[in-house]
Design a protein around this ligand. Structure first.
Ligand code: UD1
Length: 354
């Protein structure tokens, strides 16, 4: 059986790693990279660090408006599908690469499986919510990461196409956590356990200059050093709006890190402050408290279990929210136990359309 994985953005390379490993020896696995992310530290570094085979094709689409970017991917992926004729197309998460891969495949009657199906923020302003809802309703097989995702899909009439497999990001996180344990990443001048890790990249937080300024000023009020790992979107928009991300040296701004370094940094941090979906969950799995700069989250289990607090305005309160009392310890495993990628390959093999 031939499976074509379509990926394009940083979190998808992380999800691809355990899937590529689980596919080995069981299915023929091809990888198409749209080129949505192209900087070395947003793309190639992930393939190298996580031992992912090089993509069979890279469309080199790059950045652009949503319409232009998605359209270029659609055209390129159609050709890839005609040439490779896979038994399954596997799409990941919620990016423009996911939607383009899904559309290209269904028009050619190639079955589509959606990994990380059923997540919902119920915020239709988010491009990610648009992409994931459309993909779920178009795909043939929905690989749900959690019971909550399963419930969302049932409510939308998609239960028959759904299989609960667990979260593949958890597979890779647990593996990397164990590999880096006991070797804290050195941060010049800052002892392990004393700093906070921050990321901001969602359009809702970066595109309005007043909001972005309020967020970085909020970060500067947090007690303890804040390390802001700046996504290229954040750097670009801060520069355009004349915003000093370092707030006169009180926030330490650095480039994005590779995956093992990020996991290591977070594992040894006091807390995480982010608008990333993946990082909220990684913080929980590493049992590091998280503050999420959004009105809602797809990973509701992190909030329900007390490890994540949402902050959507009044960013001058960030210092207080971040220093809240620690959450109650838990051994809950809402994201599975590290076997999701194998379960996903099992589902592809057993649900292969006639
Ligand atoms: C995308 C995904 C989002 C995911 C995120 C992870 C969509 C709609 N959004 O958002 O779901 O959480 O990736 O990072 O697909 N850029 C670079 N170098 C790169 C990549 C991007 O400089 O390697 C810059 C581009 O100039 C662009 C900006 O970052 O202006 C945004 O990139 P884009 O791929 O459009 O969306 P992301 O914000 O990364």
């Amino acid at each position: 059986m031939r499976v074509l994985s379509i990926v394009g953005a940083r979190p998808q390379f992380v999800k691809l790693a355990p899937v590529a490993a689980a596919a080995e020896g069981r299915v023929e696995h091809l990888i198409a990279h749209t080129g949505q992310h192209y900087d070395v530290n947003m793309s190639d570094a992930f393939f190298a660090d996580l031992g992912i085979p090089a993509p069979d094709v890279n469309l080199g689409v790059g950045s652009g408006s949503h319409g232009a970017q998605t359209a270029a991917m659609l055209e390129g992926l159609e050709k890839v599908l005609v040439e490779t004729r896979p038994d399954w197309v596997l799409v990941y998460g919620d990016t423009n690469s996911t939607l383009a891969g899904t559309l290209a495949a269904i028009k050619l009657h190639v079955p589509v499986a959606h990994l990380e199906a059923g997540l919902r923020s119920f915020n239709r302003r988010m491009p990610e919510e648009q992409n994931r809802v459309l993909t779920d309703h178009a795909a043939d097989l929905l690989l749900a990461p959690t019971d909550t995702a399963l419930e969302h899909l049932s409510r939308e009439g998609l239960a028959e196409r759904t299989v609960l497999v667990g979260d593949v990001m958890t597979d890779v996180l647990l593996r990397v956590r164990d590999a880096v344990a006991g070797h804290p990443l050195p941060v010049p001048g800052i002892p392990p356990g004393s700093y906070h890790v921050a990321t901001v990249h969602r359009p809702d937080n970066t595109d309005d200059p007043d909001r972005l300024r309020a967020i970085v000023e909020g970060l500067s009020r947090v007690d303890g050093r804040v390390l802001l790992l700046a996504h290229p979107r954040l750097r670009g928009l801060a520069e355009r709006h004349g915003i000093d991300l370092g707030v006169d040296g009180s926030v330490t701004v650095s480039d994005p890190l590779g995956y093992p370094q990020l996991v290591n940094l977070v594992a040894n941090s006091r807390s995480v402050i982010t608008d990333s979906g993946g990082l909220q969950k990684e913080a929980f799995l590493l049992r590091v408290p998280c503050t999420t700069l959004r009105p809602e989250t797809e990973w509701v289990e992190t909030v329900d279990l007390g490890w994540n607090v949402l902050v959507d305005d009044g960013f001058d309160r960030l210092g207080t929210v971040v220093h809240r009392p620690p959450p109650a310890p838990t051994d809950a495993t809402p994201y599975g136990t590290g076997k999701a990628a194998e379960a996903a390959i099992d589902a592809l093999l057993s649900r292969r359309p006639a």
